[in-house]
Design a binder for this molecule. Structure first.
Ligand SMILES: Cc1cc2nc3c(=O)[nH]c(=O)nc-3n(C[C@H](O)[C@H](O)[C@H](O)COP(=O)(O)OP(=O)(O)OC[C@H]3O[C@@H](n4cnc5c(N)ncnc54)[C@H](O)[C@@H]3O)c2cc1C
Length: 406
């Protein structure tokens, strides 16, 4: 049995902790906040993605398709609210049809069943939608991710693991194996000095900083992109039965504002994507001089901005104007107007960005010594979290064979 410290009680950290605890490892989860899932995991769209969008063969593609199944099975087994309701991706102009066709091809390559629908067939699913063509994906679902986290935390504790809140990990170092003495990891936190056989860091928006404080030198930096949401008023919400997505703009990394009937029954609209002025910057007035200086000093951000001036400006416009936000939604469902939108809490995406301005597209997990760090786990990492956990534990066993055998 090994003692493993896991940093972060988002869905990835908890999935890793539950997997380790289930096989008999001693697990301590350290979380700087006072509760579970308070950042990305508790502030997302709540969608179980099918694996439709991702490059064939990538970790995202394989782990989202497998993860969609394992997440649904886990939620059902634990009594967490989940519904495999399917979704519609709609082309609203003839110009979007070739991109919709590409998406259909990608679905096929990823083994995701996606049916092409005529406008009339699309309206059988969503009577108020505007579409010149559509794709129907039956395996997409919605789930209560914080509920999944509570179930994972209960699994950790039932297997003897501990979750300690209000304890921020500040630094760590691996002490190498010596003859007769297995190595270890020394961890310094805001509360104590700790030791373990291994360390797994799932720190989301702080992944790169924690990695540097633990002696790694990650090539990419986390740049925080806020995603803002509105909720539709109950009357306007009647125009939406399930999940309606636009055809994603291939030049832009995010999926575009969409309409999602959440597991609690309300219809959410969003998220857009604007640079957050703090890593945990949920509104324009949340500003961290340190975080902002870090983002602005990273050459990758300027290169990304230069390549995305027009869509980037449109996103800021949508953030500042409810009317602009409503216009984007009315392309999908023509009846929606600004008066139908009620502000809802935002989320911030942790997106790793390389120096050359390229987004790290795939999930990225790096091992060094007795440490494993998750350096990029944006969407669909909540969907894929149980599969990411399997992958991390394999990496941990490869990195720390002695500890596993101990
Ligand atoms: C707007 C938005 C919409 C999204 N929609 C979806 C979706 O519909 N479906 C989907 O699959 N994915 C979606 N995602 C992505 C998904 O939410 C994330 O990929 C996933 O939640 C990542 O989980 P995590 O555990 O890595 O990070 P987090 O949930 O951010 O957890 C990281 C945790 O680490 C803690 N931490 C950080 N630093 C330290 C430290 N030094 N010491 C101790 N603790 C620390 C933080 O407090 C936090 O609790 C969305 C994301 C956003 C932002």
């Amino acid at each position: 049995m090994s003692h493993v410290i896991v940093v972060g009680s988002g869905i990835v950290g908890l999935a890793v902790a539950a997997r380790l605890a289930a096989r008999g490892d001693e697990v301590t989860v350290l979380e700087k906040e006072d509760g579970l899932a308070l950042h990305q995991t508790g502030r997302n769209s709540g969608v179980i993605h099918s694996g439709l969008y991702y490059a064939p063969g990538s970790l995202k593609a394989t782990m989202a398709t497998a993860g969609a199944r394992s997440m649904v099975a886990y939620a059902r087994a634990k009594g967490v609210a989940v519904d495999v309701c399917g979704k519609l991706v709609v082309a609203t102009t003839p110009a979007e049809v070739p991109q919709l066709e590409k998406l259909a091809g990608r679905a096929e390559a990823n083994g995701v069943s996606a049916r092409r629908l005529t406008p009339a067939e699309a309206r059988e699913h969503e009577p108020h939608v505007r579409a010149v063509a559509a794709l129907r994906v039956d395996s997409t679902g919605i789930v209560d991710y914080p509920g999944v986290c509570r179930a994972l935390a209960a699994d950790v504790e039932a297997a003897g693991g501990r979750i300690l809140f209000g304890e921020e990990v500040l630094a760590a170092r691996t002490v190498a194996d010596a003859p007769g003495t297995p190595g270890r990891v020394e961890v310094r936190t805001s509360r104590a000095d700790r030791e373990a056989d291994a360390l797994v860091v799932c720190a989301g928006l702080h992944a790169d900083r924690v990695a540097r404080a633990c002696g790694l030198d990650p090539e990419a930096r986390i740049v925080p992109f806020r995603g803002e949401y509105f909720e539709l008023t109950p009357e306007a919400g009647e125009q939406v039965r399930g999940l309606i997505y636009p055809v994603p703009d291939p030049r832009f990394p995010f999926l575009g504002v969409h309409l999602t009937r959440g597991i609690e029954g309300h219809v959410h609209a969003g998220p857009n994507a604007v640079l957050a002025l703090a890593r945990e910057g949920y509104t324009w007035t949340d500003v961290s001089p340190r975080d902002l200086a870090d983002s602005l000093a990273w050459p990758g951000l300027w290169r990304l901005a230069a390549r995305n001036l027009v869509p980037g400006a449109a996103e800021v416009g949508r953030s500042l104007s409810k009317h602009a936000f409503a216009r984007s939604l009315s392309r999908l469902v023509p009846g929606i107007s600004a008066g139908d939108l009620v502000p809802a809490p935002a989320g911030v995406r942790a997106q790793a960005l390389r120096r050359d301005g390229g987004l790290v597209d795939d999930f990225l997990v790096q091992s060094e010594g007795r440490q494993v760090h998750v350096l990029n786990a944006p969407s669909p990492a909540a969907t894929a979290s149980l599969e990411i956990a399997r992958h991390i534990v394999e990496q941990l066993d490869a990195a720390v064979p002695a500890a596993r055998a101990a």
